[in-house]
Design a protein. Sequence first.
Length: 230
Amino acid sequence: MTAGEAAARPQRRVGTFTLGVVLVAAGCGMLVSLLWPAFELGWLLNASPLILVALGVETLLSARGGGKVRYDWLGMLLCFLLVGAGLVLYAAAWAYEHGTYFNARDCSRYADETCFLMEYNYFDGFDSHTLPLEAGDALEGRIDTWNGWLEVEISDEDGNALLEGAPLNGDQRVDIAKTGDYTILVHGRRARGNFVFSKVPAGEAEAPENPPGMEAQPEAEEPPVPEEEP
């Protein structure tokens, strides 16, 4: 290619390639969410930093290619818009992952000073409850999850986590060492199931009491053994 042909070749503005990639990815994500409602749009938000990565790669490749990309005020405005969109989407992704929201269907919830329980067919979000506990008490719970997963964190007033896991399932127990308020934070991701956490006051037996009608019966005495005759 001669110098004249290179000069006559049209130049594209910086950011146009990245803009095209972003439009294609956003359109494909919207289409997939319509065809498959179970698709979680949060994955698109989590991929938002790739906008800045693509723009940086485009800028580096253009500089390596000998200035085939035009840097004018319109190109700078396009880069500014892409960077701004990447930062806004990143903030939305962070709020989506770490924010406080509650989204549940067919859900029953009860909480007081002694227990915290929920039963749900769909739970996607956060919920919490604080229980006043005394030293020597215990916090016992049961988690049953059939779909999705449920993460539970129990922390004291100082923010120290006494129980945390992702996901937790089955029986749980936390022994309380000092008096204070303890927060139970639950995070569900498209979960179906139920959980319950109850306060067990100090001194109570760990074993459950016999249900009504099942009281313990006295042991039958063995009949006396007859003495042998001489």
